[in-house]
Design a binder for this molecule. Sequence first.
Ligand code: NAD
Ligand code: TDX
Length: 332
Amino acid sequence: MNRILVTGGAGFIGSNFVHHVVGNTDAQVTVLDKLTYASTEESLAGLPEDRVRLVVGDIADASVVDPLVEEADAVVHYAAESHNDNSLSDPGPFIQTNIVGTFTLLEAARRYDRRFHHVSTDEVYGDLDLDDPKRFTEDTPYNPSSPYSASKAGSDHLVRAWVRSFGVRATISNCSNNYGPWQHVEKFIPRQITEVIDGRRPRVYGDGLNVRDWIHTSDHSSAVLAILDRGRTGETYLIGADGERSNLDVVRAILRHFGRDDDDIEWVTDRAGHDRRYAIESGKLRSELGWTPQFEDFEAGLSDTIEWYQANEAWWRPAKAATEAAYAAKGQ
Ligand code: NAD
Ligand code: TDX
């Protein structure tokens, strides 16, 4: 697999994947990215120009997508509208990019018979109760809650149908919540880190007891590369690193890192339809493909991430004020 087309490769997880591919393979990478508010070219800075090329364009535009898919050996599809809160304010872009965009890419993969990997989320399975002993598996029924997760579920169903009806050589991964460098300040962990840097209080929704299953984004990258390399066509693999934590526990760890009182919290309006808990059982990926996460200590990975945001204020600062103004308008 010498030429990989990475959609959404200037965003948080996609750019981390591009760095991972350059560091761990000999592949040539073309990034197709619309450069929405969620991304910057800086996330790709420093990568070798003879290995990585950026094409600015829309995954829903077949005239852009077709020639790029044709010249690639494989497509790894990250591009999406990705923030649940935005999908509650304005669902339209989520339907257009996540569903129509995925359809456009699948049609190109079908036309040119290209290997396709679709990056999805555990949110397609809905949520679990806090005391439920179960975790999500590849057999859990789809039950999405938000316009974002419904649009991702729709895109997963398209991939499954294109495999079964047209023989497209596709795999799907559904990953838990990622953290690490280059994540937009609208998301939970970067928002709280940058609020504390700014001398403000972290903003926690509801009762703070909602649980997310955290994985470092570099472990997500190694899992996607393993699936691209050794995954079986038509299969779904769940990616997770046993990182269940309540939002309150995460915020308290951030406050402690800065030497602040761990009750120094601003309780804000809850998210509509807020999923209670996500949890991933990733045994299939581990046993079938031999994958294991490198970041097994969440608190250590969180400390590295906090230090990255302290050292890279020039990257996140331009987005911060507008992000906070939009949250303030919603009482969040
Ligand atoms: P992100 O919002 O940081 O990045 C998305 C990228 O897609 C951006 O670079 C954006 O410019 C690009 N994009 C958006 N619309 C586009 C379009 N129409 N055409 C081309 N490019 C477009 O999101 P992320 O957190 O990096 O998520 C990447 C993928 O991983 C998404 O598919 C998401 O559903 C999935 N995922 C995310 C998480 C998580 O915790 N963030 C967990 C599991 C799965
Ligand atoms: O200010 C906040 N306060 C707060 O309590 C924000 C922004 C969030 N939260 C809560 C909501 C969630 O319970 O923190 C948790 C995490 O929120 P997000 O960062 O918005 O992530 P989530 O909704 O869990 O979705 C993320 O993981 C799955 C990604 O954004 C998705 O793209 C991915 O599919």
